[in-house]
Design a protein around this ligand. Structure first.
Ligand SMILES: Nc1ncnc2c1ncn2[C@@H]1O[C@H](COP(=O)(O)OP(=O)(O)OP(=O)(O)O)[C@@H](O)[C@H]1O
Ligand code: SF4
Ligand SMILES: [Mg+2]
Length: 369
């Protein structure tokens, strides 16, 4: 079966400095050989520390920026070979939702205008039926149709994110990239938006690429997870397998920071030594070697490739087979400040109730935006 999205060896280096003659002299290796796939109707989470390249991958997949190398296929079609009219058609199939729903909504347009714009752009619904379609979309995301006449500033953060989701849904996409869609929202509202996304996925068969640094949220929503470090994927697996038994030392450190739900359960938090290296001058060999407790000489020279087992659990580490099981890990003593910040982010639980959160209308404007 053809995957909905197939990404192969994607590379994007941004120019960081130029000589006086304008020749590039330094590059930020934001994305450096990333491969993954997304099947129809599934959620792939992209996780990793700030600056590891998650948003750049998202923008490359949507062709909002052009890659330096690699390929992206959507339903078997080579996206990089699309002509302008074909690209416009693809823009219907794949949408993006950003972290800050206020910045992504035009403050001078009413909700009705915001939702009508894509309908008109893609000529999806005849003008006479557009108002009705706007009302349908609002109902779909749990907002009252009468809100159509209001402006974005009249809504709370959670409601604005619902409007952004409705705008993405207007073109009936097959794939939505959700780039940190709940991290700017209050915890209580977060769970409503996550439940709404899941509910919409069930009803409409949507696929998501869910970008997040919050593993507690990812655990709740993802079918599969790809862990990124410094422009590359270091581990990818079914979410259940990854959370139960992470194999890469970096994934183990990240996952050890998620709060354990059972009051008496214990887990040693693995603390990484040193700051995350810069994408401007990434370490040779394995990019994690400067922070890895299992480093050997080979790691400093040779970049490990992503190797999968029969279940599709793939790891990029020379020593995968030799590492102790995750339970046997002991905590380190030294703490990197970037990891501390990450750990602080993880310690906010997602608190997602089982019900599909469509309580909405009375939601108070959030102060947490
Ligand atoms: N347009 C750009 N020009 C130059 N460098 C860029 C550009 N966009 C991103 N970068 C750099 O590329 C690297 C990856 O950035 P990216 O935004 O993809 O990371 P991220 O994983 O999404 O981070 P965050 O979790 O903070 O959103 C970073 O070092 C960033 O500074
Ligand atoms: S390849 Fe070496 S440095 Fe990289 S994660 Fe594995 S053991 Fe650590
Ligand atoms: Mg980002």
């Amino acid at each position: 079966m053809t995957a909905l999205l197939e990404v192969r060896d994607l590379v994007k280096h941004f120019v960081a400095d130029r000589s006086v003659f304008g020749r590039p002299t330094a590059f930020i290796k934001a994305v450096d050989g990333v491969s993954f796939h997304v099947d129809a109707g599934e959620t792939l989470a992209l996780v990793g520390e700030s600056g590891c390249g998650k948003s750049t991958v998202s923008r490359l997949v949507l062709r909002l920026i052009e890659p330096d190398a690699g390929s992206v296929h959507f339903e078997g079609h080579d996206l990089l070979a699309l002509k302008a009219n074909e690209l416009r058609a693809f823009r219907r199939d794949a949408q993006i939702i950003f972290q800050d729903p206020y910045a992504s909504l035009n403050p001078r347009m009413t909700v009705s205008q915001i939702l009508t714009e894509p309908l008109a752009l893609h000529d999806l619904v005849p003008p006479a039926r557009r108002r009705e379609r706007v009302e349908e979309l609002l109902r779909l995301v749990g907002l009252e149709p009468r809100f159509a006449r209001r402006y974005p500033h009249e809504f709370s953060g959670g409601q604005r994110q619902r409007i952004a989701i409705a705008r993405a849904l207007a073109v009936e996409p097959k794939l939505i990239i959700c780039d940190e869609p709940v991290s700017a929202l209050d915890v209580s509202i977060r769970s409503q938006i996550l439940n709404l996304l899941r509910d919409l996925q069930d009803r409409l068969g949507l696929a998501y690429i869910f970008v997040s640094h919050d593993l507690a949220v990812v655990k709740h929503i993802a079918d599969r997870v790809a862990v990124m470090n410094l422009g590359g994927i270091v581990e990818t697996a079914e979410a259940q397998a990854l959370f139960a038994s992470p194999r890469h030392p970096y994934s183990r450190a990240l996952l050890s920071a998620i709060p354990v739900p059972k009051p008496r359960a214990k887990r040693s938090r693995i603390l990484l030594q040193g700051e995350m290296p810069s994408a401007l001058n990434p370490p040779s060999g394995c990019r994690f070697h400067t922070r890895c407790r299992y480093v050997i000489d080979r790691c400093r020279i040779e970049a490990p490739q992503l190797h999968g087992d029969a279940t599709g659990h793939a790891t990029a580490c020379h020593r995968t087979a030799e590492l102790p099981p995750p339970d046997a890990l002991e905590a380190d003593s030294a703490v990197s400040s970037s990891l501390e910040r990450l750990v602080a982010a993880f310690s906010k639980p997602a608190e997602v109730p089982a019900s599909a959160g469509v309580d909405i209308v009375g939601e108070k404007p959030s102060t947490g935006i």
